[in-house]
Design a protein around this ligand. Structure first.
Ligand SMILES: NC(=O)c1ccc[n+]([C@@H]2O[C@H](COP(=O)([O-])OP(=O)(O)OC[C@H]3O[C@@H](n4cnc5c(N)ncnc54)[C@H](OP(=O)(O)O)[C@@H]3O)[C@@H](O)[C@H]2O)c1
Length: 251
Protein backbone atom coordinates (compact mmCIF):
# COMPACT_ATOMS: atom_id res chain seq x y z
CA UNK A 1 0.00 0.00 0.00
CA UNK A 2 1.03 3.58 -0.59
CA UNK A 3 0.35 6.47 1.76
CA UNK A 4 0.42 10.16 0.83
CA UNK A 5 0.86 12.89 3.45
CA UNK A 6 -0.36 16.29 2.28
CA UNK A 7 0.26 19.53 4.19
CA UNK A 8 -2.31 22.30 3.82
CA UNK A 9 -4.93 19.66 3.04
CA UNK A 10 -7.87 21.64 4.45
CA UNK A 11 -8.24 23.96 1.43
CA UNK A 12 -7.30 24.78 -2.15
CA UNK A 13 -4.54 22.82 -3.87
CA UNK A 14 -3.97 20.64 -0.80
CA UNK A 15 -7.57 19.39 -0.78
CA UNK A 16 -7.32 18.69 -4.50
CA UNK A 17 -4.03 16.77 -4.03
CA UNK A 18 -5.73 14.55 -1.45
CA UNK A 19 -8.76 13.99 -3.71
CA UNK A 20 -6.66 12.94 -6.71
CA UNK A 21 -4.26 10.84 -4.65
CA UNK A 22 -7.17 9.06 -2.90
CA UNK A 23 -8.91 8.52 -6.25
CA UNK A 24 -5.71 6.83 -7.47
CA UNK A 25 -5.86 4.47 -4.46
CA UNK A 26 -3.37 6.06 -2.05
CA UNK A 27 -4.19 6.13 1.65
CA UNK A 28 -3.94 9.72 2.87
CA UNK A 29 -2.68 11.63 5.91
CA UNK A 30 -4.24 15.09 6.10
CA UNK A 31 -2.27 17.91 7.75
CA UNK A 32 -3.41 21.50 8.44
CA UNK A 33 -4.59 23.54 11.43
CA UNK A 34 -8.35 23.27 10.87
CA UNK A 35 -9.19 19.88 12.40
CA UNK A 36 -12.92 20.08 11.55
CA UNK A 37 -12.30 20.62 7.85
CA UNK A 38 -9.75 17.80 7.82
CA UNK A 39 -12.20 15.42 9.51
CA UNK A 40 -14.94 16.24 6.97
CA UNK A 41 -12.48 15.71 4.10
CA UNK A 42 -11.28 12.42 5.60
CA UNK A 43 -14.89 11.16 5.73
CA UNK A 44 -15.47 12.21 2.11
CA UNK A 45 -12.30 10.51 0.83
CA UNK A 46 -13.00 7.29 2.71
CA UNK A 47 -16.61 7.24 1.52
CA UNK A 48 -15.81 8.08 -2.13
CA UNK A 49 -12.62 6.07 -2.63
CA UNK A 50 -12.51 3.49 0.17
CA UNK A 51 -8.98 4.52 1.19
CA UNK A 52 -7.68 4.70 4.74
CA UNK A 53 -7.54 8.26 6.02
CA UNK A 54 -5.69 9.84 8.94
CA UNK A 55 -6.23 13.33 10.28
CA UNK A 56 -3.17 15.04 11.74
CA UNK A 57 -4.10 18.58 12.82
CA UNK A 58 -0.93 20.64 13.22
CA UNK A 59 0.31 24.21 13.03
CA UNK A 60 3.50 23.59 11.05
CA UNK A 61 5.02 26.87 12.20
CA UNK A 62 4.88 25.64 15.81
CA UNK A 63 7.67 23.30 16.97
CA UNK A 64 5.28 20.67 18.37
CA UNK A 65 3.15 20.68 15.20
CA UNK A 66 6.20 20.21 12.98
CA UNK A 67 7.57 17.49 15.29
CA UNK A 68 4.28 15.55 15.13
CA UNK A 69 4.34 15.53 11.31
CA UNK A 70 8.02 14.53 11.26
CA UNK A 71 7.22 11.65 13.59
CA UNK A 72 4.46 10.44 11.24
CA UNK A 73 6.86 10.54 8.27
CA UNK A 74 9.47 8.56 10.24
CA UNK A 75 6.91 5.92 11.28
CA UNK A 76 7.68 2.53 9.69
CA UNK A 77 4.12 1.22 10.00
CA UNK A 78 2.00 2.39 7.02
CA UNK A 79 5.01 4.33 5.75
CA UNK A 80 4.54 7.63 3.93
CA UNK A 81 5.49 7.04 0.30
CA UNK A 82 4.37 10.43 -1.07
CA UNK A 83 4.94 13.74 0.77
CA UNK A 84 3.27 16.86 -0.62
CA UNK A 85 4.77 20.01 0.93
CA UNK A 86 1.92 22.33 0.04
CA UNK A 87 0.91 24.50 3.04
CA UNK A 88 1.59 28.16 2.42
CA UNK A 89 0.31 31.71 2.26
CA UNK A 90 1.38 35.12 1.05
CA UNK A 91 1.63 38.56 2.65
CA UNK A 92 0.04 41.56 0.96
CA UNK A 93 1.54 44.49 2.87
CA UNK A 94 4.75 46.05 1.56
CA UNK A 95 7.94 44.39 2.82
CA UNK A 96 9.15 47.33 4.94
CA UNK A 97 5.66 47.87 6.39
CA UNK A 98 5.38 44.25 7.50
CA UNK A 99 6.70 43.36 10.97
CA UNK A 100 9.84 41.31 10.43
CA UNK A 101 8.39 38.59 12.71
CA UNK A 102 5.57 38.11 10.16
CA UNK A 103 8.14 37.77 7.38
CA UNK A 104 10.04 35.20 9.44
CA UNK A 105 6.83 33.25 10.07
CA UNK A 106 6.05 33.09 6.35
CA UNK A 107 9.65 32.12 5.52
CA UNK A 108 9.41 29.36 8.09
CA UNK A 109 6.28 27.86 6.53
CA UNK A 110 7.49 28.26 2.92
CA UNK A 111 11.13 27.19 3.36
CA UNK A 112 12.05 25.77 6.77
CA UNK A 113 9.03 23.45 7.00
CA UNK A 114 9.57 21.83 3.55
CA UNK A 115 13.29 21.62 4.34
CA UNK A 116 12.67 19.77 7.62
CA UNK A 117 9.88 17.53 6.29
CA UNK A 118 11.83 16.93 3.06
CA UNK A 119 14.93 15.96 5.04
CA UNK A 120 12.91 13.53 7.15
CA UNK A 121 11.08 12.07 4.14
CA UNK A 122 14.02 11.72 1.74
CA UNK A 123 16.04 10.00 4.43
CA UNK A 124 13.22 7.59 5.34
CA UNK A 125 12.25 6.93 1.71
CA UNK A 126 15.85 6.31 0.60
CA UNK A 127 16.18 3.74 3.38
CA UNK A 128 12.87 2.07 2.51
CA UNK A 129 13.62 1.92 -1.23
CA UNK A 130 11.87 4.95 -2.69
CA UNK A 131 9.14 7.56 -2.68
CA UNK A 132 8.04 10.96 -3.93
CA UNK A 133 8.38 14.44 -2.45
CA UNK A 134 6.27 17.09 -4.18
CA UNK A 135 7.15 20.68 -3.22
CA UNK A 136 4.49 23.23 -4.16
CA UNK A 137 6.45 26.27 -5.33
CA UNK A 138 5.17 28.96 -7.74
CA UNK A 139 5.83 30.74 -11.03
CA UNK A 140 6.78 33.56 -8.61
CA UNK A 141 9.93 31.54 -7.90
CA UNK A 142 11.23 32.40 -11.39
CA UNK A 143 10.52 36.13 -11.22
CA UNK A 144 11.57 38.68 -8.57
CA UNK A 145 8.41 38.87 -6.45
CA UNK A 146 9.48 39.94 -2.98
CA UNK A 147 10.25 37.61 -0.11
CA UNK A 148 7.45 35.21 -1.20
CA UNK A 149 9.03 34.73 -4.65
CA UNK A 150 12.49 34.38 -3.08
CA UNK A 151 11.19 31.62 -0.79
CA UNK A 152 9.58 29.81 -3.74
CA UNK A 153 12.86 30.13 -5.70
CA UNK A 154 14.61 28.29 -2.87
CA UNK A 155 12.16 25.42 -3.24
CA UNK A 156 12.77 25.17 -7.01
CA UNK A 157 16.55 25.20 -6.65
CA UNK A 158 16.49 22.67 -3.82
CA UNK A 159 14.10 20.33 -5.68
CA UNK A 160 16.22 20.40 -8.88
CA UNK A 161 19.28 19.37 -6.92
CA UNK A 162 17.54 16.81 -4.71
CA UNK A 163 15.92 15.15 -7.75
CA UNK A 164 19.32 14.52 -9.35
CA UNK A 165 20.92 13.53 -6.08
CA UNK A 166 18.32 11.07 -4.75
CA UNK A 167 16.72 9.58 -7.86
CA UNK A 168 19.38 6.86 -7.95
CA UNK A 169 18.12 5.88 -4.48
CA UNK A 170 14.51 5.80 -5.67
CA UNK A 171 13.38 9.16 -4.30
CA UNK A 172 11.88 11.62 -6.79
CA UNK A 173 11.73 15.26 -5.67
CA UNK A 174 9.57 17.59 -7.76
CA UNK A 175 8.89 21.33 -7.55
CA UNK A 176 5.43 22.28 -8.84
CA UNK A 177 5.20 25.88 -10.01
CA UNK A 178 1.62 27.07 -10.58
CA UNK A 179 0.61 30.51 -11.79
CA UNK A 180 -2.61 31.99 -10.40
CA UNK A 181 -5.00 29.32 -9.15
CA UNK A 182 -8.56 29.67 -7.84
CA UNK A 183 -8.17 28.69 -4.16
CA UNK A 184 -8.52 30.52 -0.83
CA UNK A 185 -4.96 31.90 -1.18
CA UNK A 186 -5.82 35.43 -2.41
CA UNK A 187 -8.88 35.81 -0.16
CA UNK A 188 -6.79 34.86 2.87
CA UNK A 189 -4.25 37.58 2.05
CA UNK A 190 -7.13 40.02 1.33
CA UNK A 191 -5.98 40.67 -2.23
CA UNK A 192 -8.56 42.22 -4.55
CA UNK A 193 -8.41 39.99 -7.63
CA UNK A 194 -11.13 41.75 -9.67
CA UNK A 195 -8.59 43.33 -12.05
CA UNK A 196 -6.84 40.06 -12.85
CA UNK A 197 -7.97 38.83 -16.28
CA UNK A 198 -9.75 35.50 -16.53
CA UNK A 199 -7.11 33.87 -18.77
CA UNK A 200 -4.52 34.24 -15.99
CA UNK A 201 -6.41 31.83 -13.73
CA UNK A 202 -6.03 28.07 -13.51
CA UNK A 203 -8.30 25.58 -11.77
CA UNK A 204 -6.91 23.43 -8.98
CA UNK A 205 -7.87 20.04 -10.55
CA UNK A 206 -5.87 20.78 -13.68
CA UNK A 207 -2.84 22.06 -11.72
CA UNK A 208 -2.81 18.98 -9.50
CA UNK A 209 -3.33 16.58 -12.42
CA UNK A 210 -0.26 18.00 -14.20
CA UNK A 211 1.70 18.13 -10.94
CA UNK A 212 1.12 14.47 -10.10
CA UNK A 213 1.68 13.29 -13.67
CA UNK A 214 5.04 15.11 -13.74
CA UNK A 215 6.05 13.89 -10.29
CA UNK A 216 5.21 10.23 -11.06
CA UNK A 217 7.09 10.67 -14.32
CA UNK A 218 10.19 11.60 -12.32
CA UNK A 219 10.40 15.28 -13.26
CA UNK A 220 12.29 17.82 -11.15
CA UNK A 221 10.18 20.86 -12.08
CA UNK A 222 6.58 21.01 -13.32
CA UNK A 223 4.98 24.23 -14.55
CA UNK A 224 1.28 23.50 -15.10
CA UNK A 225 -0.34 24.91 -18.28
CA UNK A 226 1.18 26.01 -21.56
CA UNK A 227 0.51 29.69 -20.84
CA UNK A 228 2.64 29.65 -17.68
CA UNK A 229 5.36 27.58 -19.36
CA UNK A 230 5.64 30.48 -21.83
CA UNK A 231 5.95 32.95 -18.93
CA UNK A 232 8.70 30.85 -17.32
CA UNK A 233 10.54 30.39 -20.64
CA UNK A 234 10.41 34.17 -21.17
CA UNK A 235 11.76 34.78 -17.66
CA UNK A 236 14.83 32.76 -18.60
CA UNK A 237 15.70 34.67 -21.76
CA UNK A 238 14.64 38.23 -20.91
CA UNK A 239 17.32 40.50 -19.41
CA UNK A 240 17.52 40.48 -15.60
CA UNK A 241 16.86 44.23 -15.65
CA UNK A 242 13.49 43.69 -17.31
CA UNK A 243 12.55 40.83 -15.01
CA UNK A 244 13.50 42.88 -11.94
CA UNK A 245 11.20 45.64 -13.21
CA UNK A 246 8.30 43.20 -12.81
CA UNK A 247 8.97 43.45 -9.09
CA UNK A 248 7.90 47.10 -9.16
CA UNK A 249 4.38 46.00 -10.07
CA UNK A 250 3.77 44.78 -6.56
CA UNK A 251 4.80 42.40 -3.89
N1 LIG B 1 -3.37 29.92 -5.35
C1 LIG B 1 -2.38 30.37 -6.10
O1 LIG B 1 -2.57 31.23 -6.99
C2 LIG B 1 -1.00 29.80 -5.91
C3 LIG B 1 -0.06 30.00 -6.94
C4 LIG B 1 1.22 29.48 -6.81
C5 LIG B 1 1.56 28.76 -5.67
N2 LIG B 1 0.64 28.58 -4.68
C6 LIG B 1 1.06 27.81 -3.50
O2 LIG B 1 0.18 26.72 -3.35
C7 LIG B 1 0.19 26.28 -1.98
C8 LIG B 1 -1.24 26.04 -1.53
O3 LIG B 1 -1.93 27.28 -1.53
P1 LIG B 1 -3.46 27.41 -1.95
O4 LIG B 1 -3.51 28.31 -3.12
O5 LIG B 1 -4.10 26.10 -2.00
O6 LIG B 1 -3.97 28.28 -0.71
P2 LIG B 1 -5.18 28.05 0.32
O7 LIG B 1 -6.41 27.64 -0.39
O8 LIG B 1 -5.22 29.31 1.15
O9 LIG B 1 -4.68 26.83 1.24
C9 LIG B 1 -3.57 26.98 2.09
C10 LIG B 1 -3.45 25.76 2.98
O10 LIG B 1 -2.30 25.91 3.84
C11 LIG B 1 -2.68 25.58 5.17
N3 LIG B 1 -1.84 26.30 6.14
C12 LIG B 1 -1.60 27.63 6.21
N4 LIG B 1 -0.81 27.90 7.27
C13 LIG B 1 -0.55 26.72 7.88
C14 LIG B 1 0.19 26.35 9.04
N5 LIG B 1 0.80 27.25 9.81
N6 LIG B 1 0.25 25.03 9.39
C15 LIG B 1 -0.40 24.10 8.65
N7 LIG B 1 -1.11 24.39 7.53
C16 LIG B 1 -1.19 25.69 7.16
C17 LIG B 1 -4.15 26.00 5.26
O11 LIG B 1 -4.86 25.27 6.24
P3 LIG B 1 -5.29 25.77 7.72
O12 LIG B 1 -5.69 27.21 7.64
O13 LIG B 1 -6.41 24.82 8.08
O14 LIG B 1 -4.07 25.54 8.55
C18 LIG B 1 -4.66 25.57 3.89
O15 LIG B 1 -5.01 24.21 3.92
C19 LIG B 1 0.94 27.36 -1.21
O16 LIG B 1 2.25 26.92 -0.92
C20 LIG B 1 0.99 28.54 -2.16
O17 LIG B 1 2.11 29.36 -1.94
C21 LIG B 1 -0.63 29.07 -4.77
Amino acid sequence: MTTALVTGASAGLGTEFTRQLAAAGHDVVLVARDAERLAALADELHRDHGVRTEVLPADLVAQDGLAAVRARIEQDEDPVTVLVNNAGYGILTDFIDTPVADEQRMLRLLVEVPLVLGHTAIRAMATRGGGHVVNVSSVAGFIPRGSYGAAKAWLISFSRWANVRYRPRGVVVTAVCPGLVHTEFHRRMELDTRNIPGFAWLDAPRVVREALAGAFDGRAVVVPSKRYRVVVAASRVLPDRLMAAAGRLGR
